[in-house]
Design a protein around this ligand. Structure first.
Ligand SMILES: C[S@@+](CC[C@H](N)C(=O)[O-])C[C@H]1O[C@@H](n2cnc3c(N)ncnc32)[C@H](O)[C@@H]1O
Length: 376
């Protein structure tokens, strides 16, 4: 059963209905992670043909999202001319900034722009972004702990507005413990994990990467900006790399970082795949999976996604293939990997993180073919 629109979605849908906003032109929805806004708009006016813009592969697959006339990723060209823009304020202010700058030139004097979110998600900085990228902005009263944002497009003013700062590029520290990626430049699109610095868990993994040779197929699972896969490729240029993430800005970042740092022929060997955990990969096709799993993802909290990544890795690894995971020590992934793989050893550890290795045994235990592990 779907939960129905939450207070923030409900507030904006009511506002559009009360104001009798014409939804028959080009109506764009950004930031709708549940599909409820898309469905709500169609329910308001069946002639509405919403275009959904999303950063998330999973959000684009919800039944509501599938009701959209078109699903674009945050990296695609937005529609030429936007008449109504409905923004569900995303958690990432950077993603909001990037999208408002991308969408603003497609608005016109008569466009309606309404943002919505929980009151706790809308800050002065959120309003400043709307003001800077679009034009004069005000906010509504809070209703059921949700708030609306109204921005009036001022195309002449935004023509001289500061330009979109995204994507960012930065050089990794010149530190020999980082191995082949030390001093390399990485590219980060808005909304990507740790967009402006190297995560300390990722750093620990870089300090302890497996050394392998030959034409291994290596998967950077939940690749973010792809720094783990890049390090594996620089250490072993014969390896064939697959970068996989459910976030479109992450894949764009991994692609750009990889292109920046490897020769063209090596770049052309690599794949960049959007998907949920290892879903797009064939069984028993991979030699090494590198993984810094998310703690929160899409609508899932806790370790639900990590589980899917571990069971998925077990499915796609060849016999003898290895999964290397960096994780907070307190998460206790050691026991979980043992349950999925039947083995797990700790390769390295410090006060905060552990690096765990699980090896696919020649005969796969029947319970490790995907989905949840019984008893969890
Ligand atoms: C902790 S970050 C690690 C990023 C990068 N590997 C690093 O170490 O800097 C986890 C990544 O997993 C991705 N992710 C979350 N849920 C996912 C899913 N269901 N399938 C694939 N990737 C997912 C996130 O978008 C994010 O890029």
């Amino acid at each position: 059963m779907t939960p129905g629109p939450d207070a923030a979605d409900d507030y904006v849908l009511r506002h559009l209905a009360d104001e009798a906003v014409d939804l028959t032109g080009t109506t764009v929805v950004f930031g709708d992670r549940t599909g409820e806004l898309v469905q709500g708009l169609i329910a308001l006016d069946p002639r509405c043909r919403p275009v959904l813009i999303t950063d998330s592969y999973l959000a684009g697959r919800t039944p509501g999202a599938q009701a959209a006339t078109q699903v674009l990723t945050t990296q695609d060209e937005p529609p030429e001319r936007i008449d109504v823009l409905v923004v569900r304020v995303p958690k990432s202010l950077a993603l909001l900034e990037d999208q408002l700058y991308r969408l603003a030139p497609r608005l016109h004097q008569g466009s309606i722009v309404v943002g919505t979110g929980k009151s706790t998600e809308i800050h002065t900085s959120t309003l400043t972004l709307f003001e800077k990228a679009i034009g004069p902005t005000r906010t509504s009263l809070a209703v059921r702990k949700a708030r609306l944002i109204f921005a009036t497009p001022e195309p002449s003013a935004t023509a001289t507005a500061p330009s979109n700062p995204w994507p960012l590029r930065y050089a990794l520290p010149v530190d020999k413990v980082l191995g082949p990626v030390a001093g390399r430049t990485v590219v980060n699109h808005a909304g990507v994990f740790c967009a402006d610095h190297l995560d300390i868990g990722t750093r620990f993994m870089l300090e302890n990467l497996p050394t392998r040779r030959g034409t291994d197929r290596v998967v950077d699972l939940g690749c973010g900006n792809g720094v783990l896969g890049l390090a594996a490729a620089l250490a072993n240029p014969a390896a064939r790399l697959t970068f996989l993430d459910e976030s479109f800005p992450a894949l764009a970042s991994a692609r750009a970082s990889f292109a920046e740092n490897v020769p063209v022929a090596q770049f052309e060997q690599a794949e960049f795949l959007a998907g949920d955990a290892t879903e797009p990969l064939r069984p028993a096709s991979v030699d090494l999976v590198l993984n810094n799993p998310p703690f929160h993802s899409h609508r899932a909290t806790s370790d639900e996604t990590a589980w899917r990544m571990f069971t998925g890795a077990r499915r796609v690894l060849r016999p003898g293939g290895e999964l290397w995971v960096v994780a907070n020590r307190h998460l206790g992934y050691h026991g979980k990997l043992r349950r999925v793989f039947g083995n797990c050893d700790t390769v390295a550890g410090n006060a905060k993180f552990v690096i765990l290795r699980a090896t696919a045994a020649p005969a796969a235990p029947a319970r490790a073919t995907g989905g949840a592990v019984p008893g969890e």
